[in-house]
Write a protein that binds this ligand. Sequence first.
Ligand SMILES: Nc1ncnc2c1ncn2[C@@H]1O[C@H](COP(=O)(O)OP(=O)(O)OP(=O)(O)O)[C@@H](O)[C@H]1O
Ligand SMILES: [Mg+2]
Length: 240
Amino acid sequence: MFSANGFILRVLSVKRGWLMAYIELENVTFCYPGQSRPVLRDINLSIYKEGVTAITGANGSGKTTFSKLLIGILTPTKGWIKLNGQLLTSLTLAQIGRRIGYVFQNPGKQLFCETVEEEIAFGVRNLGLGLSTDQVAQKVRMVLDYFELTRYAQVYPLSLSAGEKRRLAIAAVFVLEPDLLLLDEPTTGLDPYRKKLLGDYLDKVIAAKRGVVIISHDQKFISRYATRLIKLQEGQFVEE
Ligand SMILES: Nc1ncnc2c1ncn2[C@@H]1O[C@H](COP(=O)(O)OP(=O)(O)OP(=O)(O)O)[C@@H](O)[C@H]1O
Ligand SMILES: [Mg+2]
């Protein structure tokens, strides 16, 4: 028999499913040790897994600090952060890293392998995904191809150009199939053509049903790719 209540509940849960925050911050304040002024004050914010959320703000406003809080490198001085309903403090950095793929403001800092291929394979082998050697090789080949890095497979990562390093850093986290990519200033040092390529990769990430958070000053890039824009101003977020 048709149950109106059941139907309404289903519709509501589907709707809530769409709107459910992937990352939730409640009353988050962060102050670096020994400093009197907090960088972030009483932040209440939900971040969703859909689309591209852009975070802007002046130099030194705390964008990178905020991103480090999201991946658990820093812990709030006050308040809490939940990732997919779980308190961030109850998760290990590796568990967080599997869900949020983080690309540093300076991606060179996160590249440490001898070759591009090895850089992409490293996480796949070491995050305990339980894949066979063949499966790892297949995944690596696919991602090299997806990010147009196949011809650099045997190249030393730190000898790549700035744009290629960033592409490799994105590929190396993308291969781990995170729910969300978090990119700190991804267009720095890229010419218009490389920016367009980066945008195309973001489109691919979105097409693969992942979310993206970009921290950026680049108004033109943001206006082309962002589906939501929030600005960090005097320690607080303003939705634009
Ligand atoms: N490790 C640290 N110890 C103390 N203060 C810090 C530390 N890292 C950053 N800060 C300070 O915190 C504030 C926010 O810095 P943060 O790097 O988060 O800003 P940002 O918005 O990312 O800046 P940018 O646009 O230049 O990348 C700045 O005043 C900075 O000097
Ligand atoms: Mg920064």
